[in-house]
Design a protein around this ligand. Structure first.
Ligand SMILES: [Fe+2]
Length: 206
């Protein structure tokens, strides 16, 4: 008999989900903030098709709800660092987070993309249509490994080519910025609101 001496999962891709407790009032405040911003600007257009996208860094705003979200994002990022076994001490890292708000009306979606240059990317879900069926509004991650179609025959969960999620309002998803992701078109007549962010580390100055 052959003895198995070692089993390692090399090069795995972590995806985290966090839940903000009692998010209703918090989400209402973020939605108000978003509506104020949208009223004041036309917004930018990046990977989102047919939706509104805030301009500049949302985290440069100094309001209670934005400050709270920045703190939550920071907590999620350092929790993730710890979970992946990061050896760099927190005080050796200068963290920069750039955030923006998305409003996706019916038909709007985000084409497949990555966030080059950042370390962690995240999405916080502010408002989702009540009833969503099929793939409407789902975020999907695409496996970064090559030649995976060849492995489909084994039906092994960790070798699947894609994974989709439909987070609830109050949830935050965090993943490495190199991971290709996209959002299925919103088929509902209600708008979907989310806040995306990129987290980038630099060496902290002594
Ligand atoms: Fe993205």
């Amino acid at each position: 008999m052959l003895e198995q001496t070692r089993y390692e999962k090399l090069f795995s891709t972590p995806v985290f989900r966090f839940q903000v407790p009692d998010p209703v009032a918090f989400n209402e405040a973020l939605l108000e903030e978003g509506n104020r911003m949208r009223a004041g600007s036309g917004g930018a257009s990046k990977s989102n098709r047919g939706g509104w996208h805030s301009e500049g860094n949302l985290f440069d705003r100094d309001t209670d709800c934005v400050n709270k979200l920045r703190d939550l994002a920071t907590e999620a990022i350092f929790t993730a660092n710890e979970k992946i076994g990061a050896q760099a001490p927190r005080e050796a890292l200068a963290l920069k987070i750039f955030a923006w708000m998305n409003a996706n009306p019916k038909g709007a979606f985000n084409a497949p993309h990555t966030h080059p240059g950042a370390h962690w990317s995240g999405v916080y879900y502010v408002a989702q249509p009540e009833i969503e069926t099929g793939n409407s509004g789902m975020i999907e991650f695409i496996d970064p490994r090559t030649d995976l179609p060849n492995w489909r025959i084994l039906q092994a969960p960790s070798f699947r080519m894609k994974k989709k999620l439909r987070p609830e309002p109050g949830e935050m998803v965090l993943f490495p910025s190199y991971l290709v992701h996209w959002v299925y078109p919103n088929e509902s007549s209600e708008e979907r609101w989310s806040i995306a962010f990129n987290a980038t580390f630099r060496k902290a100055r002594k």
